[in-house]
Write a protein that binds this ligand. Structure first.
Ligand code: F6P
Length: 329
């Protein structure tokens, strides 16, 4: 009976629990003994291993976070930590691993494969910045949270004829800002991939006022950097709010959504995607092809080589940004 471990690593994402549930239940159905590793690679280093049967993963499909807990593990980047992680796998006779997480976590899975540990990677990150996968677990839930918040902010923005600068997550990727902004009817969307000057932002707000718009919603990814700005240490969203207030164009408020975006019950889409990924991760072992990272191509689950991580991620689409701008007029 192969013994397969599963861990969640990096920033948590709604739907991770649904992925654990599906992985464990498909695994036991295939005759595997399933084990959980707590706190991602940190737990792997420390030998934090627990048995997982079908009952252990009951009642979690609707829960955000991850029952296995998660961590970012700087130790796993170092040789001593890596050797301890390999020792844990040996001590618990773990034949293969399923890693649920974002780019850094999948790089860890790639490294384990290179050490001869059959490891499948499953994309889960609200940032949707994983090369080769159109969607990752958690993205849809985070987007729905952002849209819900934008709806609420628009109510008060309209009532007070204010501009709201809303910072969303995404240090390197503007996917949440782009898609959340489009779905939430934002007037301006600012992404790390497309630097724009503060003056340009002010011009767009002015254009809106000239068009008779009494309020505006400006969605800013946390990794956005204003073109030509020297204020590297200041939050870009705060810099925009300050500039708009200084110009006296419109009364402005700042809202940082922060970790609210990472919590909450996963959407139906994320539960279904996570369940499909879970089954595909077990299938990869059954088909003797575990050295893969799974991806979603917009239709189905596709296994890809880990070298896919070397390519740029193409989920932020200029055409969508143009569309969002056109429909904001
Ligand atoms: O990886 C997802 C993410 O939520 C990013 O969007 C954000 O920049 C980062 O994690 C925050 O990480 P932490 O929770 O460790 O502060």
């Amino acid at each position: 009976m192969p013994r397969i471990g599963v861990l969640t690593s990096g920033g948590d994402a709604p739907g991770m629990n649904a992925a654990i549930r599906a992985t464990v239940r498909c695994g036991t159905d295939a005759g595997f003994t399933m084990l959980g590793i707590a706190r991602g690679y940190a737990g792997l280093i420390e030998g934090d291993v627990l048995p997982l049967d079908n009952r252990a993963v009951g009642g979690i499909i609707e829960r955000g976070g991850t029952m296995l807990r998660s961590a970012r593990s700087p130790e796993f980047m170092e040789s001593s930590g890596q050797q301890r992680a390999l020792a844990t796998l040996q001590q618990h006779s773990i034949d293969g691993l399923i890693v649920i997480g974002g780019n850094g976590s999948l790089r860890g899975a790639q490294w384990l494969n290179e050490q001869g540990v059959p490891t499948v990677g499953m994309p889960a990150s609200i940032d949707n910045d994983i090369p080769g996968s159109r969607m990752a677990i958690g993205v849809d839930s985070a987007l729905n949270t952002v849209v819900d918040c934008l709806n609420r902010l628009r109510d008060t923005a309209v009532a007070h004829e204010r501009a709201f600068v809303v910072e969303v997550m995404g240090r390197k990727s503007g996917y949440i800002a782009l898609m959340g902004g489009l779905a939430g009817g934002a007037e301006i969307i600012l992404l790390p991939e497309h630097p724009v000057s503060l003056d340009r932002v002010a011009d767009i707000v002015k254009r809106g006022l000239d068009l008779g718009k009494r309020h505006s919603i400006i969605v800013v990814a946390e990794g956005f950097s204003p073109k030509g700005s020297t204020m590297a240490s200041v939050s870009p969203a705060r810099a925009i709010a300050t500039r708009l207030s200084e110009l006296g164009l419109v009364e402005t408020r700042l809202t940082i959504l922060g970790h609210l975006q990472r919590g909450g019950s996963p959407t139906a889409f994320d539960r279904i995607l996570a369940s499909r990924f879970g089954r595909a991760s077990v299938s990869a072992f059954l088909e003797n092809d575990p050295a893969v990272m799974l991806s979603y191509d917009g239709c189905g689950i596709v296994p890809r080589p880990f070298s896919t991580l070397d390519a740029p991620c193409e989920n932020v689409d200029q055409a969508i940004l143009d569309l969002a701008d056109t429909v904001a007029h």
